[in-house]
Design a protein around this ligand. Structure first.
Ligand SMILES: [Cu+2]
Length: 151
């Protein structure tokens, strides 16, 4: 084997190790006209990449039944966030004064729309709540939890 091809193989090996280490998790979450998320618990490793493919599979108009998926920081209060969100229609139900409590969020989606978000899971293990901040959707159960475990 020539020196060139063996170093090429070594490089390829390094590249493959690199892609395995970077590979994160992808989860698809659907939201529907019944005001439910199809996934309410996501397990993730601290510091890893998490991709959420979020789909509004409903048929009702966005103004009446829009959905988003907002992941909050660990110390955030989801109930307080959802209450403040009711007055934040102009910013797609993300209250400006609580924006710093958001870890990751999709836009507000209308029927048959979808959005993919990728973010780095916090390094601190624990439970991180996600919710839909459209008025009253959190109250009726549009929420879930990302359970972050240590590396
Ligand atoms: Cu919703």
């Amino acid at each position: 084997m020539s020196r060139f091809s063996s170093s090429l193989i070594a490089l390829l090996g390094l590249f493959m190790i690199g892609s395995v280490a970077q590979a994160g998790k992808t989860v698809t979450v659907e939201a529907n006209d019944q005001m439910k998320f199809t996934v309410n618990k996501i397990e993730a490793v601290a510091g890893s990449e998490l991709t959420i493919v979020f789909k509004n599979v409903g048929a009702m108009p966005k103004a009446a039944m829009g959905h988003n998926l907002v992941v909050l920081k660990k110390d955030a209060n989801p109930m307080a966030f959802s209450q403040a969100a009711m007055a934040a229609a102009a910013t797609e139900y993300i209250p400006a004064q609580m924006k710093d409590q958001v870890l990751a969020a999709t836009k507000l989606l209308g029927p048959k729309e979808e959005e993919t978000i990728t973010f780095t899971v916090p390094s601190e293990p624990g439970e991180y709540v996600y919710l839909c901040t459209f008025p009253a959707h959190f109250i009726v159960g549009m929420k879930g939890v990302i359970v972050v475990t240590a590396e």
